[in-house]
Design a protein around this ligand. Structure first.
Ligand SMILES: [Zn+2]
Length: 315
């Protein structure tokens, strides 16, 4: 997928982080990797490190994008990829800082966001997450190892003061991707990590946990109203570092698509007819699940089924 020039650019960018010298401006860098895979072979997914803004850096490999805040107090990270990536993730964190990882915040309970918990907790880090993350992980089959469970929970939110940064952790108001999603806002750096409530493609709606496209829109509006200003950088759960304008563009696409699904369902169209009419057509180039990243987990085809059922339930 990556040509030689891109690989070289990534290697150079990595060195820049090492030495503290910005060798390339952000705009010259290739896109962050975005691998949503079923079989995780760590050899295939080298970690890439980029500066986001202020004190926040991001590590991208297989699984979630990982926000990193490092400083004299130690290291805080948001999400920690798949379990199989733990060694590589820890090595990547070490190139940013050799201080201990003190806190991990899980944006939700999926294995590509909390798989590193066990390895990192063994090194002494405390894991924070919304209460539903613990409830669901503790009840999971196969069982979640005890060390991988969050030890600090919250219902609505919490504030951390760490490395001179005020960090607001807040539960996403409505179930959308899961019922345990959280946003993490680094106020001083002006960076918001949104987990999978915001990915740079069509939203991964989980109807089984109460998720709807409208709940995504409501959660986005909440984040826009409370955290996202003109200069805020957004770290998505998967995909590229984004701005307020990027999130607003996705919101507009989802509103337009949702309204089209409703009209088509009202007109009595079957799912197959809706697929043929392609209500997403002018948005697919920017947001389709297949064009944005390497995605073995969700497909646009499955997403059509979710949007269709939702339109049938909310005419
Ligand atoms: Zn997820």
């Amino acid at each position: 997928m990556l040509n030689r020039k891109m690989k070289l650019a990534m290697a150079v960018a990595g060195m820049g982080v090492f030495s503290g010298i910005a060798l390339l401006s952000q705009t010259n860098l290739p896109p962050l990797p975005d691998y949503r895979v079923r079989n995780v072979d760590p050899e295939k997914y080298p970690e890439v490190i980029r500066s986001v803004q202020g004190k926040i850096q991001v590590i991208a490999g297989a699984g979630s994008q990982v926000s990193v805040l490092a400083g004299d107090d130690g290291i805080l990270i948001v999400d920690d990829q798949y379990r199989q990536m733990s060694d590589r993730l820890l090595a990547a964190v070490k190139t940013i800082s050799t201080k201990p990882i003190r806190f991990v915040i899980n944006t939700h309970m999926h294995p590509d966001h909390m798989g590193g918990n066990q390895a990192i907790a063994k090194l002494g880090a405390a894991i924070l997450a919304q209460d539903n993350v613990l409830t669901r992980l503790a009840a999971a089959t196969p069982p979640t190892p005890a060390e991988a469970l969050p030890i600090i929970g919250f219902k609505e939110g919490a504030t951390l003061h760490f490395n001179g940064e005020e960090i607001t952790v807040v539960a996403s108001p409505k179930p959308s991707h899961t019922d345990g999603d959280a946003f993490i806002f680094f106020k001083n750096s002006d960076v918001l990590a949104m987990g999978d409530v915001y990915t740079t493609d069509y939203p991964a709606i989980n109807p089984a946990m109460g998720g709807t496209s409208q709940n995504f829109i409501d959660n986005w509006n909440y984040a826009l109203d409370h955290f996202i200003g003109p200069n805020t950088k957004i770290v998505p759960g998967h995909g590229q570092i984004s701005t307020r304008a990027d999130l607003i563009a996705l919101r507009q696409a989802v509103i337009t698509i949702r309204d089209r699904f409703r009209k088509m369902v009202m007109a009595g169209m079957t799912l197959e007819q809706v697929k043929a009419a392609r209500p997403t057509k002018e948005f697919d180039k920017r947001f389709s699940l297949e064009t944005v990243g390497h995605n073995e987990i969700v497909s646009t085809d499955a997403w059509y089924g979710i949007m269709y059922n939702e339109a049938r339930n909310n005419p």
